[in-house]
Design a protein. Structure first.
Length: 107
């Protein structure tokens, strides 16, 4: 992959555990694993009307240099939005590129 196409910064986050707050509610704790260069490609989006509220989704595909530690349990942060990985990351080429499909929800 050419470095010129990797023109976006994406942060990979992983849940490190859960803690209880002062009200004894369980809170997930996410930690940054790495910030990497990526190529971002919008795929499709959708809007729906449910429970008298409009909700939309934005689906993106990110290409990053090959990383074998990214899983569907991780999240991506891109331009201030959090994206959930919706499919197992795919290896393109011989450990050259990792392709990640992710979705951001706007409720």
């Amino acid at each position: 992959m050419r470095a010129g196409k990797l023109d976006r910064r994406v942060t990979i986050r992983r849940m490190t555990g859960t803690v209880a707050n002062e009200f004894n509610e369980v809170v997930e704790v996410w930690a940054d694993v790495a910030t990497v260069w990526a190529q971002q490609r919008p795929n499709r989006g959708s809007e729906r009307f449910a429970a008298e509220q409009q909700a939309g989704t934005a689906v993106m595909t990110f290409h990053i240099r090959h990383r074998s530690d990214v899983t569907v349990m991780d999240r991506l942060v891109y331009e201030g939005r959090t994206y959930e990985i919706v499919a197992p990351p795919r290896e393109i080429g011989r450990r050259v590129v990792t392709e990640i499909d992710a979705i951001a929800r706007a409720d």
